[in-house]
Design a protein around this ligand. Structure first.
Ligand SMILES: NC(=O)c1ccc[n+]([C@@H]2O[C@H](COP(=O)([O-])OP(=O)(O)OC[C@H]3O[C@@H](n4cnc5c(N)ncnc54)[C@H](OP(=O)(O)O)[C@@H]3O)[C@@H](O)[C@H]2O)c1
Length: 265
């Protein structure tokens, strides 16, 4: 599906990957609904889009952790353009802490934002897509949604959960002409590690070397938009870390040994 003229709702659009995807889609002529918690940052992103595209961009601040608000938010999103062609579930938070030292509340927070918030928006939007017999749900997971790695136990769990849910959904919705694309980034240069939760639930407030040296967000966004237009089921985008997916599949014991020594923090 070409994105030109399509109505696309992006969560986590106030920074990083979501911001870069918003710019890439605006340039291609999509109509956008931008969501995240920080309204002022959404306004900044909108005003950084090409001037002639801004009349096709609406803002809808929301908090993925506030599950009781998400039905109303979805109804409000649909009202903005009358329908939605694609939902890009991108908003999320990461983690940098050892499992043994991390409070269970942190695990719940990660699941609430990354998993429950994401599937709630999706579920509230599905009746419209099923009625229209068309739609596309994209999910920004992670390579850590394919293999767990140190310091990210709760985050890896939340991203793995997304794969289970959305693989099932893809099979269920094939008959309704609704596509599901799982996007798995490797190390992308954003504030994801700065905002990552530590063992107490406070933000790390530090840029990891892996992110600082990672793929630029605009390069990532162009590859992601191409994968969406090609209606890929699942795509891995990043540097050589993406080969971990294949290494785990083909040589699981070797991969387990490599992971023990991985410098991922
Ligand atoms: N960068 C990487 O290397 C990498 C790798 C793998 C996967 N990812 C995934 O990519 C996605 C985007 O992350 P990023 O790298 O762009 O990091 P980021 O710059 O920290 O962006 C995260 C986005 O999610 C939003 N968000 C966080 N908590 C939210 C909540 N409770 N409700 C609504 N929105 C919320 C943030 O906006 P507000 O703060 O304004 O709410 C922000 O727009 C995430 O799902 C992340 O797990 C990133």
């Amino acid at each position: 599906m070409k994105v030109k003229g399509k109505v696309i709702w992006i969560t986590g659009a106030s920074s990083g990957i979501g911001e870069a995807v918003a710019y890439a889609l605006a340039k291609k002529g999509a109509k956008l609904i931008l969501s995240a918690r920080r309204k002022t940052e959404l306004e900044r992103v909108k005003s950084s889009c090409p001037a002639d595209t801004q009349k096709h961009i609406e803002l809808l601040p929301l908090d993925l952790a506030q599950s009781d608000t998400l039905k109303l938010m979805t109804e409000a999103a649909i009202q903005l353009f009358g329908h939605i062609d694609m939902l890009i579930n991108n908003g999320g938070i990461s983690q940098r802490s050892l499992a043994a030292e991390t409070s269970p509340e942190v695990d719940r927070k990660l699941m609430e934002v990354n998993y429950f918030g994401t599937i709630a928006l999706t579920k509230y939007l599905l009746p419209l897509m099923i009625d229209r017999k068309q739609g596309h749900i994209a999910v920004v997971s992670s390579l850590v949604g394919k293999f767990g790695s140190p310091y990210r136990s709760g985050y890896a769990a939340s991203k793995h959960a997304l794969h289970g849910f959305f693989d099932s959904l893809r099979a269920e919705l094939y008959k309704d002409n609704i596509k599901v694309t799982m996007v798995c980034p490797g190390f992308i240069k954003t504030n994801v590690s700065v905002n990552a939760l530590t063992e107490t639930g406070d933000a790390l407030n530090k840029m990891d070397d892996a992110q600082a040296n990672g793929m630029a967000a605009d390069v990532f966004a162009n590859k992601m938009v191409k994968a969406l237009e090609n209606e890929r089921n699942e795509v891995y985008i990043g540097g050589k870390e993406k080969y971990g997916v294949y290494l785990k599949r083909l040589f699981p014991n070797l991969f387990a040994k490599i992971l023990r020594k991985a410098k991922v923090r």
